[in-house]
Design a protein around this ligand. Structure first.
Ligand SMILES: C[S@@+](CC[C@H](N)C(=O)[O-])C[C@H]1O[C@@H](n2cnc3c(N)ncnc32)[C@H](O)[C@@H]1O
Length: 306
């Protein structure tokens, strides 16, 4: 049984991937500061962890596998690009806490997941520093950009995965890079049918987003309120979330049963913008993607033969 320590555990997508792959494991601890995230983690994995701050975490624990999806906001193109340099105090610099913990726990395997922009010219020195420090601690690392849509999930979500294996490990026999496979699931197969009313945009919100789009268009700016078509799209983009602004989220447009036919003709934001608000609310409902595909995150997986 593999002993797993999840750092920046969130809702525990990494552990869920092990479950999905049928790999027997025990979660020895989940280090997550957000009380709601850890509540979800506990509900999903049947555990009972409390919120914990990684900066003060220092338990004497044995683990074979450490998985960490360290905060990515400061590396992300959706953020302010503040970076993650050690000691900089940014959220992304918390990745260096993982190195401190790896040094103490000495697991056989470490998996780090982050946004693709980590490998950009501006941020890649942090990735290189991580690999170097892992090497100094006796680990060989391999990095690969994987897209969820190549591994059975209808979401266009590229992430950098860095796998580090302790030299001379008795646990790891071999490692094979995961081969892409054809996508069989469609987005509509995975979206929930019954979603609470509070997750739908109000008519006023829809009107305000449409107006913002028109203003942005007039100024030549890029902001676009362009909900996904629930019935048509095969693959969802990654959620772009920025605290305090719903405008950067992705939205799903769905037909109400009685207006399916008319909604089918209103497939672009341009045609939405041409409709008046009353018509629009009668014809479509728009929900936030992050809520509707919440279980997508839990299905995210990395496949490696250990
Ligand atoms: C990119 S998310 C990781 C998502 C996770 N892989 C999952 O499956 O949901 C980063 C997580 O780090 C957590 N975090 C941020 N600062 C932290 C800290 N000081 N200690 C512990 N967790 C922290 C955030 O609350 C967030 O849930």
């Amino acid at each position: 049984m593999i002993r797993v320590l999840e750092l920046f555990a969130g809702i525990g997508a990494c552990s869920k991937a092990l479950t999905n792959l049928g790999i027997e494991h025990e979660i020895v601890d989940a280090v997550e500061i957000d009380k709601y995230a850890i509540k979800s983690f506990n509900a999903i994995h049947g555990t009972n962890f409390e919120p914990q701050d990684i900066t003060t975490w220092n338990k004497d624990i044995k683990a074979d596998l450490i998985m960490h999806g360290s905060p990515c906001q400061d590396f992300s193109v959706a953020g302010k690009n503040a970076g993650g340099d050690e000691g900089s105090g940014t959220r992304s610099s918390l990745l260096y806490e993982t190195l401190r913990i790896v040094e103490n726990v000495q697991p056989d395997i470490v998996i780090w997941e982050n946004v693709k922009n980590l490998l950009s010219k501006r941020h890649k020195h942090n990735h290189e520093a991580y690999i170097q420090r892992m090497s100094d601690m006796g680990y060989d690392s391999a990095t690969q950009i994987l897209n969820a849509k190549d591994y059975g999930i209808p979401q266009n979500r590229e992430r950098v995965f860095t796998l580090s294996i302790k030299r001379g490990s008795q646990l790891v026999k071999s490692y094979t890079r995961p081969e892409p496979r054809p996508l069989e699931l469609k987005l509509k197969d995975i979206l929930e049918d019954d979603v609470e009313e509070r997750y739908y945009l109000t008519d006023e919100q829809v009107a305000s987003f449409v107006a913002s789009t028109e203003r942005a268009k007039a100024k030549g700016n890029g902001f676009k309120f362009e909900p996904f078509e629930r019935e048509r799209e095969r693959v969802m983009h990654a959620v772009l979330s920025r605290a305090g602004s719903r405008q950067t989220d992705n939205f799903i447009k769905e037909s109400s049963a009685e207006s399916k036919q008319s909604t089918a003709t209103t497939s672009s934001s341009a045609s939405m913008a041409q409709m008046d608000a009353r018509q629009r609310s009668a014809q479509c409902r728009v929900a936030t993607e992050s809520q509707k595909s919440s279980h997508l995150a839990a299905e995210g997986s990395i496949t490696c033969n250990i």
